[in-house]
Design a protein around this ligand. Structure first.
Ligand code: ADP
Ligand code: MG
Length: 245
């Protein structure tokens, strides 16, 4: 029989145990003794001042950087959506989304079905044959998220995906992201430097300061969060106090 802690761990899709990261060139401690368990299907936001270690933590989960100490348990199929979409300008929207799928052993018709499914999910079906230069910033980000989702990852990672977008575009993307998260039950870990954004989206907000986890906030407001008025504001203020402390 597994004991209690084993039972808990069985529901965790990611486990970080005493994880540290020391960059060599230049010599820089980026993470120190991080302990964090993430449940399957959870929506987590990492926030904190610039230079605190958020991107490093995301890269370690993505497998793009290797921890220098500690243990990382994570699934194989982790997918990253980059800021601005990071699309290939010489490929159409359709081809950009198909890219990750072409590395898998799928038939052309299966690839087509999958690409169209995720373009539809991100409301980009009508733009399938356009090139990135013909899209707005918000549309490019939509394609980037469609591409990351199309490989059906267990975990979707995003590093400040909406930081270059205007408020209205961001609010629309937030609503769609929450809908997709609920429909697909993906685990999502997103870096944000905006407290309001984190409180709008995440079930848990992890505050990272000076290479360590300063505090973890549970956000229990119902969605859509922006309509929660005073309760929303209360959670934002609670995090803000710790953010600037
Ligand atoms: P954040 O995303 O919170 O702004 P980062 O994870 O990017 O923080 O950076 C954490 C610390 O590690 C910073 O001091 C940064 O300068 C340093 N750092 C980030 N990437 C590298 C790198 N490739 N080489 C050396 N130092 C780095
Ligand atoms: Mg960063």
């Amino acid at each position: 029989m597994p004991n209690d802690s084993n039972l808990n761990e069985m529901n965790n899709i990611i486990e970080l145990k005493n994880v540290s990261k020391l960059y060599n060139q230049p010599h820089q401690l980026a993470l120190e003794n991080i302990n964090l368990s993430i449940r399957e299907g959870e929506f987590i936001c990492l926030i904190g001042p610039s230079g605190g270690g958020k991107t490093t933590l995301l890269k370690i989960i993505a497998g793009l950087e290797k921890e220098t100490a500690g243990e990382v348990v994570k699934p194989e199929n982790v997918s990253m959506a980059f800021q601005g979409g990071a699309l290939f300008p010489w490929l159409t929207v359709y081809e950009n989304v198909a890219l990750g799928l072409q590395e898998q052993d799928l038939s052309d018709s299966k690839i087509k079905t999958e690409v169209l499914k995720y373009l539809e999910m991100m409301k980009m079906t009508d733009f399938a044959l356009k090139y990135p230069a013909e899209l707005s910033g918000g549309q490019r980000q939509r394609v980037g998220i469609a591409r990351a989702l199309a490989v059906e990852p267990s975990v979707l990672l995003m590093d400040e995906p909406f930081s270059a977008l205007d408020a209205k575009t961001t609010a629309e993307l937030h609503d769609d992201l929450i809908k997709i998260w609920r429909d697909t039950k993906r685990t999502i870990i997103m870096v944000s430097h905006l407290i309001e954004e984190a409180v709008s989206l995440a079930e848990r907000v992890v505050l990272i300061k000076n290479s360590t986890i300063a505090e973890i906030f549970n956000i229990e407001l119902p969605y859509p969060r922006r309509e929660q008025g005073l309760a929303f504001h209360h959670d934002v203020m609670k995090i803000r106090r710790e953010f600037f402390k």
